[in-house]
Write a protein that binds this ligand. Structure first.
Ligand code: DX5
Ligand code: ZN
Length: 218
């Protein structure tokens, strides 16, 4: 059996904001599989990043799937804008609104892949009732809002639990980890069952993006 495919999704949050087009192209050239775009509203999380206009502006600069992580509340009024801007995967937190099931239905109806993001204090069971609408589950291994934080080992059992839940569905649901992922912590994520790794600082903070991405693959 061939080893499972590992996807590396560099997070643009750690890129040079004065030259984002170049950074996106560099990440693609360096072997990135997806591009992770962190959307923060200064309300759901204590930081502000960028919105759909920037996603739209970057779209022509890359053929990579755009993995849009919404840290905004409410998220529903913006789902169509991110889909139209060029998002391929749109993920949101259950805490962002009262109707997670409906939000996932909306993303699917927009023709995009739908994801659920679990904060460190949110249990795996939060996604169980909506697994049939999930194309991706994202486990936060830091509290969302900032790059460059320390990886929380406490989230590893949750990754393993989610891998078992996904296997039981028989469906291809991506299992992604976000926050503090480095060449040192990546093997723990993969051993627990993750198949997709977000890395901001570990890629855009490196001098050689290709070497950094290769190191994350182990
Ligand atoms: C945090 C974001 C992450 C962040 C990761 O709220 O969701 O995607 O960019 O940054 P690093 O890899 O530096 O921890
Ligand atoms: Zn993220």
């Amino acid at each position: 059996m061939s080893p499972p495919k590992i996807r590396i999704a560099p997070s643009l949050l750690a890129a040079d904001f004065s030259r984002l087009g170049d950074e996106v192209r560099a990440a693609e050239r360096a072997g990135a599989d997806w591009l992770h775009l962190d959307i923060m509203d200064g309300h759901f999380v204590p930081n502000i990043s960028f919105g759909p206009a920037l996603v739209r502006a970057l779209r022509p600069h890359s053929a990579l799937p755009f993995d849009v992580h919404l840290m905004i509340a409410p998220a529903d009024p913006f789902l169509a804008a991110f889909a139209e801007a060029g998002a391929d995967v749109i993920s949101l937190h259950p805490e962002a609104g009262p109707h997670l099931h409906r939000s996932l239905q909306t993303i699917r109806a927009l023709g995009r892949r739908a994801g659920v993001v679990l904060n460190p204090a949110t249990p795996a069971s939060a996604v169980a009732p909506v697994l049939d609408l999930c194309d991706l589950i994202l486990v936060m291994s830091v509290n969302p809002g900032f790059g460059g934080q320390t990886f929380l080992d406490s989230q590893l059992p949750k990754i393993a639990e989610l891998r078992r839940m996904i296997a039981a569905t028989g469906r291809d649901i991506a299992l992604e980890v976000d926050g503090g992922v480095t060449a040192e912590t990546a093997p723990r994520c993969l051993a627990a069952g993750a198949d997709t790794l977000v890395a901001g600082t570990a890629v855009f903070g490196a001098t050689d993006y290709a070497a950094a991405i290769a190191a994350l693959r182990g």
